[in-house]
Design a protein around this ligand. Sequence first.
Ligand code: 13P
Ligand code: SF4
Length: 328
Amino acid sequence: MTAQPTNLTGLDIRAEIDRLRKERNAVILAHYYQKPEIQDLADFVGDSLELSRKAAESSADVIAFCGVKFMADTAKILSPDKIVVLPDMNAGCSLEDACPPEKFKAFREAHPDHIALTYINCSTEVKALSDVIVTSSSAETILAQIPADQKIIFGPDRHLGGYLNRKFGRDMLLWPGVCIVHEAFSETELLKLKAQHPGAPVAAHPECPPHIIDHADYVGSTSGILQYAKTMEGDKLIVATEPHIIHQMEKALPNKTFIGAPGADGNCNCNICPYMALNTMEKLYVALRDLEPRIEIEEGLRLKAKRSLDRMLEMASGTVGRGDLGRA
Ligand code: 13P
Ligand code: SF4
């Protein structure tokens, strides 16, 4: 259940969060898609892989996870002895919703000669049914370690899977999920924007559909896009991912200009992730105060899900041999 802020009038929320984080020995982890005020107070801001690593390594007693539920679940799977709170338990993900575990299980059973390479944007149950988890920043490194003749199911993001198939000449079977945020970018509006800013490169997240990826000069995870902004030539970049990442770009590169790629009518807010936006400073304060809402995962399920996540962490740093890969 999501804890409701009671009357917080007159409270210095920022100061209270700082007080509670010390009192609770808490670490605040935030994804790049969080509101700027949350990114600014977090102990660490990162992409899905970096946040998983931070959660696994942290010596804090409490992890306050400012992101979406599958990310907070991942933190709990990797750090079961810590209290993990998510400011709003309704912060879900359209990709997780698109992949119900019972349907995924049936799909796996229908393809017994395939392994399941699964995007981290899924439920703990689906992780438990998978062989290896990937994030957008680790997917290419991990796929490159899987023999070319190994049959693979890739879910739940068909755009990320399709991008990997095209780039690596693979033939993975794709689960039909999409991210509603990246799906909303408009090719027509992007082309208009490119015409208005001749020479400005486009950086796109691989959750974008192919008609957006086709116009991208760089395709990568949120941290990859941030890195591209730092190293690219020129001083203007069109950004085709959730626009809150632009906050980090403007902080790191105040002399460059970042333009969010447009949605269908050229001027909508449809590229703001509605799930990420549920977290607020007030809800973060209440989560630290009450240590609720708290992530709880049944131990047997956690251990099964941890297996595919551990494989990701090992393979993302290239420490697993090909022979180590087997079905869940
Ligand atoms: P990354 O931060 O791993 O690029 O993922 C983006 C995303 O959609 C998170 O939900
Ligand atoms: Fe899910 Fe898309 Fe939001 Fe990421 S941006 S949490 S993939 S809905």
